[in-house]
Design a protein around this ligand. Structure first.
Ligand code: PLP
Length: 373
């Protein structure tokens, strides 16, 4: 039996969020209302952009954003091989074609060289994912986008509060999509937000999330109902106010793990100079040649000691059955780095509710297991 049970993710919800929800329930204004607009305003202010548009989840944010950027039939969109499914599925949803590029092993984000190799006359956009909370190389990607007249999208689902030398994540391209899913660095249960500095994109996004309705019962484009509720927004406002302190705790936890796990043979996460990593995940890479133990053996031993771990992600996207069925070649031929990462990455608990003692327990247990092999 282990001393602790350490979970891989836990929503950081307290009395304030509970009170905020009860207040909304008592107000009788449950669906889209002024509190959603307040959340949008404060989120835009936090990111430092002109507009924020709240929707039901991060997938809806991405889809709405792509649609609002005019991406559709006949367009190719370059996405990383190594990300959550929604980065690519939303490209298919708007009728465009995802084209997979490889990642850099340092940050697990898009490799600009690989992006360049994938550009064709049909390329319309690049989606940069800030995976695990470390921003992609937006300077290089922006340069590519400008040179080739491409739209640059940020999938910031995992990176609220992350920063680059060029500025805050969420304001670095034509538009960004955030997720407030329960495990994210800030949550509304389910929820999403689009941020953009482009007035035209914001206007379309607002239309698309609300039946294309420009004024009461006047519909100008084909939209959906993707509106965020006031209940979600009330939680979001409290979470946003707590976000910096939750990030600080994640960063403290990551620093403790870095210290304990150095010189173990594990490849530890990096924070590039001038960037702020928000550690949505703390991901190590287990190369059995160096550690003597495989990723899966280490994961099993940790689970046996009460420590939950996860693999983000066990399969590069081109190897998903859906993409295979669509005729995509395997990642072994197109994305060797993504394939290697999928075999070696392991996410350790780093979330903001962990006590320092729990984080030390995670680090020491990993060390102990590695020493035993
Ligand atoms: C990189 C990435 N993109 C998109 C999404 C989709 O967000 P949601 O789960 O809120 O629909 C997620 C969330 O899991 C994600 O991690």
């Amino acid at each position: 039996m282990s001393k602790y049970r350490v979970r891989i993710a836990e929503p950081d919800i307290g009395e304030e969020e509970i009170k905020a929800v009860v207040d909304v329930l008592k107000s009788g204004w449950l669906a889209h209302g002024p509190i959603v607009e307040e959340f949008e305003r404060k989120f835009a202010e936090y990111v430092g952009v002109r507009h924020a548009i709240a929707v039901v989840n991060g997938t809806a944010a991405l889809k709405t954003l792509l649609w609002s950027l005019g991406i559709g039939e006949g367009d190719e969109v370059i996405v990383p091989c190594f990300t959550f499914f929604a980065t690519a599925s939303t490209v298919l949803m708007v009728g465009a074609k995802p084209v997979f590029a490889d990642i850099e092993l340092e940050t697990y984000n898009l490799d600009p060289e690989s992006v360049l190799e994938r550009i064709t006359p049909r390329t319309k956009a690049i989606i940069a994912v800030h995976l695990y909370g470390h921003p992609a190389n937006m300077r290089a990607l922006k340069e590519i986008a400008e040179d080739h007249k491409l739209v640059l999208v940020e999938d910031a689902a995992q990176a609220h509060g992350a920063r680059t030398p060029e500025g805050n994540v969420g304001g670095l391209g034509d538009g960004a999509a955030f997720s407030f899913y329960a495990t994210k660095n800030m949550t509304t249960g389910e929820g999403g937000m689009i941020t953009t500095n482009r007035d035209d994109v914001a206007e379309l996004a607002r239309l698309y999330r609300n039946h294309g309705q420009i004024s009461k019962y006047v519909h100008v484009v084909l939209g959906e109902n993707l509106r965020m509720t006031s209940i979600q927004a009330a939680i979001g406002l409290v979470q946003l106010a707590k976000l910096e302190s939750m990030i600080a705790r994640r960063r403290r936890n990551a620093a403790i793990l870095n210290e304990i796990l150095k010189n173990t043979g594990l490849v530890l996460p990096v924070e590039k100079p001038g960037y702020r990593h928000v550690y949505h995940q703390y991901v190590v890479r287990v190369d059995s040649e160096k550690t003597g133990v495989s990723r899966d053996e280490l994961a099993k031993e940790l689970k046996n000691r009460g420590i939950e771990v996860a693999i983000h992600y066990p399969r590069p996207l081109p190897d998903q059955p859906l993409f295979r069925a669509l005729g995509y070649p395997s990642s072994a031929t197109t994305c060797p780095n993504a394939l290697l990462a999928s075999k070696q990455v392991l996410s350790l608990p780093v979330h903001s509710r962990l006590t320092e003692e729990q984080v030390r327990y995670v680090g020491e247990t990993v060390r102990e297991i590695l020493a035993g092999f």
